[in-house]
Design a protein. Structure first.
Length: 127
């Protein structure tokens, strides 16, 4: 018997597990991820202060993010290619492509993540 379908309204708050993805001042946390029952999607909230960046990421699946505040740059550390990010922008990362998000002077707020979820992002939570 399959579980009853449900709609869950989630808060991106202190109850969400933190992800070790930030270099500098800021935080990243999982809102939608396998640990809360999501089977096919992940959605993370990232808040980076001015000058902060994500650690380099690379997933075997694609990733998509939306800028919900501030601005900065997304960069491929393998090639050096970089694109500006502004409030309201979205970016897509092909499977296997490295990326780093760097906050601009006003910081940057993002939501998104790899799809399907990348289990490597949550290994520290099962220890």
């Amino acid at each position: 018997m399959s579980p009853t379908p449900r709609v869950a309204v989630l808060d991106a708050d202190e109850r969400c597990p933190r992800l070790p993805l930030v270099a500098g001042r800021g935080e990243a946390y999982a809102v939608v991820w396998p640990g809360m029952g999501a089977a096919m999607r992940s959605m993370h909230r990232l808040s980076l202060s001015a000058g902060a960046a994500t650690l380099p990421q690379r997933h075997p699946m694609e990733a998509v993010y939306s800028v919900i505040g501030g601005g900065g740059t997304v960069r491929d550390p393998d090639t050096g290619a970089a694109e500006a990010l502004v409030d309201g922008a979205m970016f897509h990362v092909d499977p296997g492509t490295a990326y780093v998000v760097e906050a601009g002077p006003s910081g940057i707020e993002l939501v998104g993540g790899p799809c399907p979820a990348d289990p490597a992002l949550y290994r520290h939570l099962s220890a």
